[in-house]
Design a protein around this ligand. Structure first.
Ligand SMILES: [Zn+2]
Ligand SMILES: [Zn+2]
Length: 346
């Protein structure tokens, strides 16, 4: 089978590998669509993320974790009827036995492996073997683009859970990439008002408005902190989501939050460090929460997409075949051509 191998920072090569076969409890998935994630772009640009490097794969490294495909073969011990079903693939392979898994927080399982994060290989390939328990059948009316975006939407569902978002309060989303926009989709339907969204790219702000933002700000023109305060009756927003992972937004997140407000840190920085003004956070008694992956929220992400007719597929702006994985990553990494979510169809 063909697979996309990240051989060094900035360089993909199309490689050949034997078609895998499913072990006990696994499914063989013919991959149909893979979303290029911001975390993949860190690996592509910098060759590392959070201290984990390409070399940690210990061999050819295949990225990719936002995956939809069709089960071609059910391994031993797997319900045979799974074969032939189109599924979305939950990328966190938790152990299922530790106290965090048993306590209902498998997203922080210390024994977890994650699809497409060394040492675990990913889904930028024609085929993938994955635990069948993490492959969930999809209804026919959910298209592949939407299905590939369920992973970032599931993270946003978890993120809103973590902050206990309630209606009737102001909310701010800093950064309007895929993660910011999946937050906007949910927040716009959660009764928050106003819903303020910031980004450096005007085309992303335009999409944010179409998806439900009531006000957008571009820090190249707008004083984000001053305008957020003005729009929220001086005191700031009760719910703030940092979805850019840069020093500026880490600084802003505590400045635009209201007293006793909650701040969710979703973005991942290049340098493995998070800094904000201590006094601003302390005096307001802010609740700063780190958002770690999705937490058993795929089913709810799917249910909300169907029930609320979320226009999730609108985030999928670009498509490439597997052979053009390099171009897909270059376009996404350089914010070219109005890209939001690049989808690769192996
Ligand atoms: Zn992702
Ligand atoms: Zn565990």
């Amino acid at each position: 089978m063909k697979q996309a191998v990240l051989t060094a920072a900035g360089k993909f090569e199309l490689g050949d590998a034997p078609k895998p076969s499913p072990a006990s409890g696994e499914a063989l998935v013919r991959v149909r669509a893979v979303g290029v994630c911001g975390s993949d772009l860190h690996m592509f640009r910098e060759g590392s993320i959070g201290g984990i490097t390409i070399q940690d794969a210990g061999g050819p490294f295949v990225p990719g974790h936002e995956c939809v495909g069709v089960v071609e073969e059910a391994g031993p011990g797997v319900q045979p009827s799974l074969a032939g079903r189109r599924v979305f693939v939950e990328p966190t392979i938790n152990c299922g036995r530790c106290r965090w898994c048993l306590a209902g927080v498998p997203n922080v399982c210390p024994h977890q492996r994650f699809l497409g994060l060394p040492p675990q290989g990913g889904c930028l390939a024609e085929y993938l073997v994955h635990p069948a328990r993490l492959c969930t059948p999809l209804p026919d009316d959910i298209d592949d683009d939407t299905a590939a975006l369920l992973e970032p939407l599931a993270i946003a569902v978890h993120s809103l859970d973590r902050l206990g978002v309630a209606g009737g309060c102001p909310a701010v989303v800093l950064g309007a990439g895929t993660m910011g926009l999946t937050h906007v989709l949910l927040l716009a339907r959660s009764g928050v008002a106003p819903l303020i969204v910031t980004d450096l790219l005007d085309y992303r702000l335009e999409l944010a408005r179409q998806l439900g933002a009531t006000r957008t700000l571009n820090p190249t023109r707008d004083d984000v902190v001053a305008v957020c305060r003005e729009l929220t009756g001086v005191h700031g927003a009760d719910f703030v989501f940092e979805c850019a992972g840069v020093d500026e937004t880490f600084g802003q997140m505590v400045e635009v939050a209201a007293p006793a407000g909650a701040v969710g840190v979703v973005g991942i920085p290049v340098e493995d460090r998070l800094a904000f003004k201590h006094s601003a956070a302390r005096r307001k008694g802010l609740d700063v929460r780190m958002i770690r992956r999705a937490n058993r929220t795929f089913d709810r992400a799917l249910a909300r997409t169907i029930a609320e007719k979320l226009p999730l597929g609108r985030l999928a702006t670009h498509h490439w075949p597997l052979a053009q994985t390099q171009q897909a990553h270059e376009t996404a990494a350089n914010y070219r051509d109005g890209v939001v979510k690049a989808i690769i169809n192996p």
